[in-house]
Design a protein around this ligand. Structure first.
Ligand code: NAD
Length: 251
């Protein structure tokens, strides 16, 4: 991707796949909005790595499940860089591995608030600002879904899997709705990727253990997912629309 002068907002960019994507875009000269919730020091590290790589960065605090925070985040990006060209809907959560019968309502609601409602809110704001028919310049959205959306994740994360299935469906719908308005919309579906998200699920070794059972025999890295995201954002993928791209080692 020639991201020179491109302005990209990445949600949940303080670590993991979001950070790897931010740095890769920085290497290509992009201006990156680094969204984070609480972990300011980690977000500052992402921003520093983006700038060291040759890009520009602005820190944008905000919970994607909070509408006012999302509006402020997009306003902040445009205040810093004057426009928006792309969104990476990356922020996401898991919760401790449990069968559905043991999940409480607070957990279920938060899962959908962050992974679905947050992704829809951010996509909506991107559509409002990038659509050709609203005075925008067009652009690209990449949603970070999960292989769980087609596997279902029984006995551990059926809530998470369902939330990511909603992200897949949103991707297909928005690809059709926003394509005529100059916006490409696609998703990546990572498999078992070595990031800190597995600790929040109470299974820090999950990626290593289950990754070894994939056809490629290992877990993936955040950088391998970032490569796919950056490709989907860029002109090399100019005719790719509504794709759900598995980055799962064949899982
Ligand atoms: P991670 O936990 O390292 O990163 C998730 C990021 O999202 C963090 O920076 C976190 O602070 C942020 N975040 C969480 N809630 C937020 C909120 N309400 N508002 C804004 N930011 C918020 O994990 P990761 O593996 O890098 O995950 C990135 C994306 O990839 C997620 O959507 C996740 O579901 C997806 N994914 C990961 C894997 C994997 O194996 N690691 C597999 C499939 C999909």
């Amino acid at each position: 991707m020639d991201a020179t002068h491109r302005v990209v907002l990445i949600t949940g960019a303080s670590r993991g796949i979001g950070r790897a994507t931010a740095v890769m875009l920085g290497e290509r000269g992009a201006a990156v909005g680094v969204n984070y919730v609480r972990d300011l020091a980690a977000a500052e590290q992402t921003a520093a790595e983006v700038e060291r790589a040759g890009g520009r960065a602005v820190l944008l605090q905000g919970d994607v499940a909070d509408e006012q925070a999302v509006l402020a985040m997009f306003d902040g990006l445009e205040a810093a860089f004057g426009r928006i060209d792309a969104l990476v809907n990356n922020a996401g959560i898991v919760a401790p591995s449990l069968p559905l019968a043991q999940m409480d309502a607070t957990r279920l609601k938060r899962m959908f608030d962050v992974n679905v409602f947050g992704a829809y809110l951010c996509a909506r704001e991107a559509a409002r600002r990038m659509s050709l028919d609203r005075g925008g310049n067009g652009g690209a959205i990449v949603n970070v879904s999960s292989a769980a959306s087609r596997l279902g994740s029984p006995n551990e994360y059926v809530d998470y899997a369902g939330s990511k299935a909603a992200v897949d469906t949103m991707t297909i719908g928005l690809a059709k709705e926003l394509g005529p308005r100059g916006i490409r919309v696609n998703a990546v579906r990572p498999g078992l990727i070595e990031t800190d998200i597995h600790a929040s699920g109470g299974q820090p070794q999950r990626a290593a253990v289950l990754g070894a059972q994939t056809p490629l025999g290992r877990p993936g890295t955040a950088e391998e997912v970032a490569q796919a995201i950056v490709w989907l954002l860029g002109s090399a993928a100019s005719y790719v629309q509504g794709a759900l791209l598995d980055v799962s080692g064949g899982r």
